[in-house]
Design a protein around this ligand. Sequence first.
Ligand SMILES: Nc1ncnc2c1ncn2[C@@H]1O[C@H](COP(=O)(O)OP(=O)(O)OP(=O)(O)O)[C@@H](O)[C@H]1O
Ligand SMILES: [Mg+2]
Length: 259
Amino acid sequence: MSKIIAVHSYKGGTGKTSMAVNIAATLAKNGKKVCLFDLDFRAPSLFAILKAQNVETWFNDYLNNSCEIDKAIVDMSPRIPGSGKFYACLANPSTEAIRDMSSKDRKWEMRALGRILALRESLLRDQKFDYLVFDTSPGLQYSSINAIVAADFVVVATTGDRSDVDGTKRMLAELYNLFEKKTGLVLNKVLDPSLSSRKTEMQTKIKADYKVPMLGMVPCFCEVLRAEGNFIFAQDKPDHPFTKIVAEMVKKIETNDVN
Ligand SMILES: Nc1ncnc2c1ncn2[C@@H]1O[C@H](COP(=O)(O)OP(=O)(O)OP(=O)(O)O)[C@@H](O)[C@H]1O
Ligand SMILES: [Mg+2]
């Protein structure tokens, strides 16, 4: 079963953070105990999106070996009311922390991978979390590779952009296959207005083209863009088609029905 989900992409701006937040929130709404992690140390954004306050200890501190994971996770369950639990483990958005994280060497990154892998015991086994969701930096940043290595399932977000398509294909063929990761492709920001009627046909074509299972296709929604990260759609806009599409994708991950 996929317990650790990483959301990744070749290029920036493909919708990783939007997907990660809404996948995690949907799992929490489904009654699961979830922790959403910001591994985008280059441009931390969950801190702002979740409107976290008074955070004193960050995921950076855990990876730097200066605290245990309990100190770095924040209970944000009131944001997603219900029977589930919603925690976040945030990347430090200060300029100093961003500079510090970008200067880490290979040895540090390997130790960080050890700390990330240890979350399986500390959070999944001991603290009975059901899912950990990793938001990552685009491309082949060390922190993203670490997230992929630690994950059971990688959600790969892509747009139809020519520059994105080729890079994503290369990454799928080389990187995820290398680590033998279960992968699901999300084609995001689809502009084709006939998407709903041609969905099956398009999915089959894309699956053959990218040679990976499709997790879903998401139209470009002005409301998502306009929300400017102010809403968690899965919670705040339960009837919006974006929310429903994410719910379908989550169901596939939960039931291991990605093909
Ligand atoms: N389906 C969609 N329709 C319209 N806008 C979208 C959609 N998905 C994401 N967006 C918007 O695209 C922008 C980039 O999304 P997001 O920040 O989630 O991407 P990202 O991959 O995390 O970017 P980065 O690589 O910089 O971290 C945001 O303004 C977001 O609201
Ligand atoms: Mg992002």
